[in-house]
Design a protein around this ligand. Structure first.
Ligand code: PEP
Length: 252
């Protein structure tokens, strides 16, 4: 089974619209669409600008969160139709920073993932364990709960429309990278979690690794059989570094 690799830049709360423009000036001319799928995830305020500039290029654009209702009295939130209206292709859901700092729950995520799929947005669903959970041998239980609950409300036919990002929390922004063995083994475990619902979809779903991916370690991680790409934070802020990670992917 050949899965097209997927490299996403999570800019988190970084870059004004003008800074996003500077990134695009350097980055877009280097992208010919030949290798992996490439996705930029700016803040809401730069999203419109980035979506406009990426329109007609091979680079896709995703938001970093959304709410599951379409409109209404939900101060501070934005919805799937609003993202689609400005040309956004996808949305990161359940990043560990949202779970940690903003009380994101798996139950709310299940509704967000369902709404994203129904609306035609590609969800990048994040999961991952803390260092303490890994050390106490709870990684499998934590990931099973997250993945099974977060995907519970979508139809099995839609399973392969989801991109999953496995991001061990202890490796995010810390410079600590999961060893290739840990990353491969854990992502293989996540793929196996999907098999009871649909073994063929489980083979088709792209599962990314995230956690201190850099140009220097990307090729080794991306060459592993179950790893279908990367969700990149810090190293995605610089067009050359992010371009180096994209170039490290063979594409499939
Ligand atoms: C992330 O934010 O999803 C991430 C993996 O960050 P970093 O690459 O900086 O560890």
């Amino acid at each position: 089974m050949s899965r097209r690799q997927y490299i996403a830049a999570n800019w988190k709360m970084n870059k004004t619209a003008a800074e996003a423009d500077e990134f695009l000036d350097a980055f877009l001319p280097t992208q010919d669409g030949e290798g992996p799928e490439v996705v930029l995830c700016p803040t809401y305020l730069a999203l419109h600008r980035v979506a406009e500039r990426c329109s007609g290029t091979p680079v896709k654009v995703a938001a970093q969160n959304m709410y599951f209702e379409d409109s209404g009295a939900y101060t501070g939130e934005i919805s799937a139709p609003m993202l689609l209206d400005i040309g956004v292709d996808g949305v990161i859901l359940g990043h560990s920073e949202r779970r940690q700092h903003f009380g994101e729950t798996d139950e709310a995520l299940a509704r967000k993932v369902r709404r994203a799929i129904e609306a035609g947005l590609e969800p990048i669903v994040c999961c991952g364990e803390t260092e303490a959970e890994r050390e106490s041998g709870d990684t499998d239980a934590v990931l099973s709960h997250q993945v099974i609950t977060d995907l519970a409300e979508i139809h099995t036919d839609d399973l392969d429309k989801v991109v999953i990002a496995y991001e061990p929390i202890w490796a995010i922004g810390t410079g600590k990278v999961a060893t290739p063995e840990q990353a491969q083994e854990t992502i293989h475990f996540i793929r196996n979690l999907l098999r009871p619902r649909d073994p063929e979809a489980a083979e088709r779903v792209r599962i990314l690794y995230g956690g201190s991916v850099k140009p220097g370690n990307a090729a080794e991680l991306l060459a592993l059989p179950d790893i279908d790409g990367a969700l990149v934070g810090g190293a995605a802020l610089d067009p050359e570094d992010f371009g180096g990670i994209v170039a490290a992917s063979a594409g499939s």
